[in-house]
Design a protein around this ligand. Structure first.
Ligand SMILES: [Zn+2]
Length: 247
């Protein structure tokens, strides 16, 4: 095992309660080849993966890839909705597909359209929503709840919307996190994981397959080995984790 995971291993070794992890890979529909390479890493480890899929970017090939991996048992994966088209609607400021320039009605139309499209391609899916760029307007959570969604997954920095009936399971570590505007190196990534594992949890790691290279996948394989093999670590899918924290 490589040294960058030592801080996380130390937290797990001394943990008094199991530390729960979930792994979310965004942007399915973009770069199927890189997605398949990431699925290979998860398939080997057996660790559950939540794939956030962009409904309007999914091709028949993407659908085949995800469905065949799931149905064959090669991957323990679930697919959920990642926006509609992953386009920015904000004329200025930070990019958002479901930001403040879009009314609740417009957002409801887009989310329902994406949900129906994804359902037509992938069948029944967990009622989980991840907004592109990990953020949305203050009213998006209520829109999701009213459409029947059970889980909203954003970044920890987005805060909590606090809408009854909607469980929030934020990402706590971005594989490509920046510290003081500089991307973290692998040692920094290990420290972020350790800090998150020492917190109230669960640890939510966000991945983007389309920008991951061989080195990233090798490091990720080491992380998954640690998590899968450590008695103090537990893993699950977002929708199942949400069942234990119903508001
Ligand atoms: Zn995305």
């Amino acid at each position: 095992m490589t040294g960058w995971l030592d801080p996380l291993r130390a937290v797990l070794d001394s943990a008094e309660r199991p530390v729960t992890f979930f792994f979310r890979d965004d942007d399915a529909g973009w770069d199927d080849e890189a997605l398949a390479a990431l699925l290979d890493v998860f398939g080997t480890s057996g660790v559950p993966l939540d794939v956030a899929a962009i409904p309007e970017a999914m091709s028949p090939h993407t659908v085949d890839l995800l469905a065949s991996r799931r149905e064959s048992g090669r991957n323990d994966l679930t697919v959920h909705q990642h926006g509609l088209a992953h386009v920015n609607h904000e004329p200025e400021g930070r990019k958002c597909e479901f930001g403040p320039s879009r009314s609740a009605e417009q957002q409801a139309d887009d989310i329902a359209r994406g949900r129906d499209l994804l359902h037509s391609m992938m069948g029944d899916l967990p009622a989980v929503f991840t907004p592109p760029w990990n953020r949305c307007a203050p009213w998006t959570a209520e829109v999701l709840r009213d459409l029947g969604f059970a889980v909203l997954s954003r970044d920890l920095s987005a805060g909590l919307a606090g809408v009854d009936g909607l469980v929030e399971l934020p990402i706590t570590v971005d594989w490509y996190a920046k510290r003081t505007k500089v991307p973290v190196d692998r040692a920094g990534r290990g420290e972020l994981l350790a800090e998150s594992a020492a917190g109230p949890g669960p640890v939510g790691l966000m991945l983007h397959h389309e920008v991951m290279g061989e080195d990233d996948r090798a490091d990720l394989a080491d992380l998954l080995d640690l998590v899968a093999g450590h008695t103090a670590a537990a893993t699950d899918h977002l929708d199942r984790l949400a069942l234990t924290r119903v508001r």
